[in-house]
Design a protein. Structure first.
Length: 227
């Protein structure tokens, strides 16, 4: 399948970039045939009955990273206490979110009046509380129920294996432009350069260890990808 063609054949697609809020209206008026996007835009389209989820990316790449926290290297090195405080806050928020999903949806919704997000409670609740998860087994949107994936999960550790596998996959992906830089990248070197595990390990030790998030104390894993 060639995703870069302007005139796609029956076995091809044309990819275009849209702001996530525009994807829903574009799908509704049939300007596009589908989209891939982070939540809760999928849930919002489902609630409007204009979308059917065909597949969850977490069911293709087990425990894949969706969103990550990035800090400037100079801040990590020169403002270590501040950087640790940022990471501590994120990890503790993830810990709370894992056991207060409906409450989190309520707080983040537009109905709360707090202006955290413009999303309705119905969409956020659908995502955070895994509503109707069993129905996705029936439709094939989830093909690996034994993975026990959540529609949105909260796990703070940046596994080096994930970054390494991501670089390897990017090297195999059809991309436009000069790919010289990408082809020269070494996956292990990239993971070492981009990821600082010490900040995460420090706060995990403070809150009773990796088991709080169901992680192995070795902080290693094998990446699993399966269609």
């Amino acid at each position: 399948m060639n995703p870069l063609t302007d005139k796609p054949a029956r076995d091809e697609v044309k990819l275009i970039v849209l702001p996530p809020p525009d994807m829903i209206s574009a799908l509704a008026n049939r300007t596009i045939g589908g989209f891939i996007v982070a939540e809760p835009f999928n849930a919002a389209a489902e609630n409007l009955r204009i979308e059917k989820v065909l597949r969850f990316t977490g069911d293709v790449w087990r425990d894949h990273a969706c969103c990550v926290v990035l800090l400037r290297e100079e801040d990590i090195q020169q403002n270590r206490a501040w950087a640790q405080g940022v990471v501590n806050a994120v990890v503790k928020a993830q810990q709370w979110l894992g056991t207060h999903r409906h409450e989190a949806a309520t707080i983040l919704s537009r109905e709360s009046g707090r202006n955290y997000t413009p999303h309705p409670l119905a969409a956020l609740d659908r995502v955070l509380t895994d509503q109707e998860i069993d129905s996705y087994f029936q439709t094939g949107a989830i093909k690996h129920p034994d993975w026990h994936e959540q529609r949105i999960g909260f796990q703070p550790f940046p596994f080096a294996s994930y970054t390494e596998e991501l670089i390897r996959r990017l090297k195999e992906t059809t991309l436009e432009g000069d790919l010289t830089f990408l082809r020269q990248l070494d996956p292990a070197t990239v993971a070492g350069d981009l990821v600082d595990e010490s900040l995460i390990k420090a706060i995990l030790n403070e809150i009773a260890g990796a088991s709080v998030f169901g992680l192995d104390s070795s902080f290693t894993r094998t990446e699993t990808l399966s269609l």
